[in-house]
Ligand binder design. Sequence first.
Ligand SMILES: Nc1ncnc2c1ncn2[C@@H]1O[C@H](COP(=O)(O)OP(=O)(O)OP(=O)(O)O)[C@@H](O)[C@H]1O
Ligand SMILES: [Mg+2]
Length: 351
Amino acid sequence: MKLLPFNDCNLKTPRILEALNEASRSIAELKGLASSIPNQHILINAITINEAKDSSAIENIVTTHDSIYKILTESGFKDEAAKEVVDYRRAIWRGYEIIKEKGFISTNVLVELQGMIEHNKAGIRKTPGTKLVNSKTNEVIYTPPQNEKEIRDLLKNLEDYINEDDNEVDPLIKMALIHYQFESIHPFYDGNGRTGRILNVLYLVLNNILDSPILYLSNYINKNKSQYYTLFTEFRENNNYEDWLIFILKGIEDTSKNTIELIKQIQNEMESYKNEFRTKLPKIYSDELLDSLFFEVYTKINYIEDRCNVTRQTASTYLNSLVDVGLLEVEKVGRESIFKNTRLIDLLSKF
Ligand SMILES: Nc1ncnc2c1ncn2[C@@H]1O[C@H](COP(=O)(O)OP(=O)(O)OP(=O)(O)O)[C@@H](O)[C@H]1O
Ligand SMILES: [Mg+2]
């Protein structure tokens, strides 16, 4: 396998530069819009729940928004697929915390995230046999490196490339090359795709292209799956890195635009929700309570007790009043009452 940097690739062809220009512009707009939102946590929570669902869907883990929320409430509700999705989102948060703290993406972090996604400690591949096959024809498409030492050396080379300070190559281009290289090393028995997709967003945050983990290509990859797979082979066998880069850059552009639209709709929804809340329940309304209703897509009495610093009785009155005026829906999950922000759920389900 080739080592990074790929000196035989001209990364500044006119087609690449044009796509880079569009992608850079869109993602900069996304960054700006996101930073104008007061409660970043609300935004990240909403976006990562959709990403966790889309990314897991690539792996054929299919579930509904409704099941995901029920798992999130930790109320004993059971749904394996939804649990996987929630664990995937935890891995995103964990990765984000680590890079904020360390300012570095190490191989160990990738191993940790993959372990969280796959729920095992298998770590980097030790036993040969991993191959990428076409699921329809069973034909072998690609055999990644088999030897553990070779895999570790390639990962070290990748780690150096990820963390080097080099202003020569644009981070968006580097992200695309890192994604290709990481998937080609294919260091784990399973979960390489999902770990690689988290690595993408962490890399953007590490390079201040984004302040928070809010841009994900999974939906785009899902929609263009066969092209995505073909381009790996094109890159490897024909050194057609140009089409690969343009594909990823186009994904960044499209996804930035979609995410901008999603953020605007969340903002609008919060604004109209706030107005309705204030008009219908002026005695109960507070900014903290409103924020709590958008923090996740559901809430519970004890969260409101904590966040708004009120008694259980008061928290319960608040939530039930919101149900009475149609701003929340209540559902019993196990022994607990879950209060769902169905407007936010419906909005997220559309994206
Ligand atoms: N020809 C190829 N060369 C290198 N990597 C490839 C190739 N085809 C697919 N891949 C990568 O392999 C990933 C799948 O690997 P793996 O099954 O380990 O990951 P996963 O997270 O379990 O699956 P998925 O990505 O389907 O959710 C794909 O997402 C893609 O990124
Ligand atoms: Mg898999």
